[in-house]
Design a protein around this ligand. Sequence first.
Ligand code: CDP
Ligand code: CDP
Length: 218
Amino acid sequence: MKKKINIAIDGPAAAGKSTISRRVAKRMAYIYIDTGAMYRAVTLHAIRNGRGVIDQLDDLDIRFGTDGTSIYLNGEDVSADIRSQEVTNNVSEISSLAEVRQYLVSMQRKIAEDKGVVMDGRDIGTTVLPEAELKVYMKASPEIRAKRRLKEEKERGIDIDLKTLTDQIIRRDDLDMNREISPLVKAHDAVLLDTSHMSIPEVEEKIIRMAEDLLRED
Ligand code: CDP
Ligand code: CDP
């Protein structure tokens, strides 16, 4: 059987993780898993039904659609709802809870069991898949990341200014980097990629080349 690897992509908000991971997965015919979407789905569930639901996560049904971009919460397509400002402003707090992390990390590990997965998030290289054959930590300056997000929000018809987005990104990074359980940190064996001045195809090509080198070994 053809050798397969797991690829872990971590980094702060809007560094380019999901865009690049999706493209790399497509090129390699691997499965793409957006773990941020899973934390967002749990956050949406808690916003709708109250914090009490965090104690009953085993009843929750979170699935990805076959297109790799849609996410379903108890059978409902919530792909658009999980990107709302309300979810964005609450997700880091919900993600810091031990019950939430335990539940999602075990789901994520199960998905990656058979390899051939590109998974992006904050703790993939450090906690979820510490044995991943390829680990990348993407970063970019907060100003550039906020500008990228502004463009996306404008395209989605959301009226928000650059200052609000910059503050939001800085606050979320701070919470994600300083939480007690599996904070956002570069794994010691992750390759650091500063995407500030790199185009999407450039970043994609770099990761594909590293993956191909690993697949050629032994
Ligand atoms: O796409 P964006 O950078 O806005 O964020 P995301 O990847 O959708 O993740 C949303 C939030 O989920 C992050 O700010 C983290 O608080 C949390 N998260 C996490 O704690 N661990 C992960 N593996 C992925 C996301
Ligand atoms: O997943 P993450 O939050 O890290 O970032 P993303 O959603 O993949 O990327 C945020 C935005 O930056 C998207 O609109 C990408 O098209 C854009 N981007 C870019 O302009 N240049 C890059 N090298 C990477 C992403």
